[in-house]
Design a protein around this ligand. Structure first.
Ligand code: ZN
Length: 222
């Protein structure tokens, strides 16, 4: 099975180069556990980075690095990712385990951690709260319920970990990643059947829409 919604290339490139800050590195690492296609992609990018670093003189880069990179890509095909030994290669239906990279941050399964209620249909677990200006959290939306319609001042990165949701951009299942920016206004609605749990990273506040939304903007920051 191929995961339908994968992170943009630049995010995977930053991850492969080791330049992502911890919140997004955690999101990408958790996604990689669930997406063989992205794991292969990151392995290729790492091989490309290695080839570039090994090229001593810029003048020989184009000639040399291409050959060596292609050889590396061939050799790395099918290379197991670090977590593959302990994680299933594909997310199977009903599989709701916490991806390895996230386990250390949660200290338990989704049903065992201390959720903070955000009204009757949503709950959150704040993570990495010391990152100023970046909000990282697990967000749970009750099965069949919707999150408030909102826009974004910065970027919103969402990785689905359990259940699924649908918005104006598409349908997202376990392992899928969505990236929204200030051009996107959406109204995510969880699929019926199971609560939808996502790892969400924001680098700017949300902007709620409508009359109720304007009131929400004044009172809460979700
Ligand atoms: Zn959003």
């Amino acid at each position: 099975m191929t995961v339908a919604h994968r992170p943009p290339q630049e995010l995977l490139l930053d991850y492969a180069a080791g330049t992502l800050a911890e919140p997004l590195a955690l999101l990408v690492a958790s996604h990689l556990v669930l997406c063989p296609e992205s794991r292969r992609h990151v392995a290729e990018l790492e091989a490309l980075g290695g080839a570039l670093l090994e090229s001593a003189a810029p003048a020989t880069l184009a000639e040399d690095s291409l050959t060596r990179t292609l050889a590396r890509l061939e050799a790395s095909d099918g290379r197991p990712a670090p977590d593959e030994a302990t994680e299933p290669p594909h997310p199977s239906p009903g599989d709701e385990t916490v991806p390895g990279p996230l386990r250390a941050y949660l200290g338990g399964a989704f049903g065992q951690i201390a959720w903070r209620r955000l009204g009757p249909k949503m709950a959150e677990v704040p993570l990495l709260t010391h990152y100023y200006g970046v909000k990282t959290r697990l967000l749970r939306i009750k099965a069949g319920a919707g999150a408030p319609a909102h826009g974004h001042e910065g970027h919103e990165y969402t990785l689905v970990l359990q259940g699924a949701y649908e918005d104006e951009l598409g349908h997202y299942r376990r392992g899928d990643v969505s990236v929204c920016d200030s051009s996107v206004t959406h109204h995510p609605v969880a699929d019926p059947g199971a609560d939808c749990i996502c790892l969400v990273v924001h680098d700017g506040p949300l902007k709620f829409k409508g009359l109720v939304g304007r009131a929400l903007n004044r009172f809460i920051r979700i």
